[in-house]
Write a protein that binds this ligand. Sequence first.
Ligand SMILES: C[S@@+](CC[C@H](N)C(=O)[O-])C[C@H]1O[C@@H](n2cnc3c(N)ncnc32)[C@H](O)[C@@H]1O
Length: 188
Amino acid sequence: MSMAVAIVMLVILVIVLVAVAAFEGVLAWSLFVTEAPWVPLSTHGIAALLEGLEPLTSGAVVVELGSGDGRVLRAVVDRYPQARGIGLEQSRLLTWFARIRNRGRALEFRHVDCFRESWVGASCVFCYLLPPSMSLVANKALRELAADARVFTLGFPIPGLHPLRVIAHENREPCYEYRVGDMRDSAE
Ligand SMILES: C[S@@+](CC[C@H](N)C(=O)[O-])C[C@H]1O[C@@H](n2cnc3c(N)ncnc32)[C@H](O)[C@@H]1O
């Protein structure tokens, strides 16, 4: 191998290594540098939510805050075909992934900060976020949702409010259900 070919190969190798490092950096940033890191919801957690959602009326809109790879909303519309889902996710990469994985379903995935996007019109809002986000969820739900809308939080309750019900499958990750009208009554 001539010296020129060796230098060209070395340059190509360096470019590939830099590109991979940059991609990994974007990936790590996109997945983990958020208010709540991406932890996919377990099948137990999804089962608890699906039970809590029942009954879902025709045309119901389920909004997920931090929709990750879209597995939760996919399970929702597969179980309740009369519903549609909107996922709000701040990771661009996960939003792309969710869109690709769920093509053809009544689902929409938006790359947004869920606390800056409107929830108006949602019948149910679901989240699997960290405890500091719970009061943000409650405040926005009180401002924007109808009295008969329901809020489901997985793993962590909303501080200071009594849930309508707590559903847990196999004693794992409880799902807390709130009705917005009741939330307003207890906030007064
Ligand atoms: C615990 S994970 C839940 C993932 C999803 N339920 C799943 O099973 O794939 C939390 C998700 O919320 C997203 N997230 C955190 N804060 C957010 C915000 N303010 N707006 C939108 N998404 C947010 C994170 O990027 C992460 O994907």
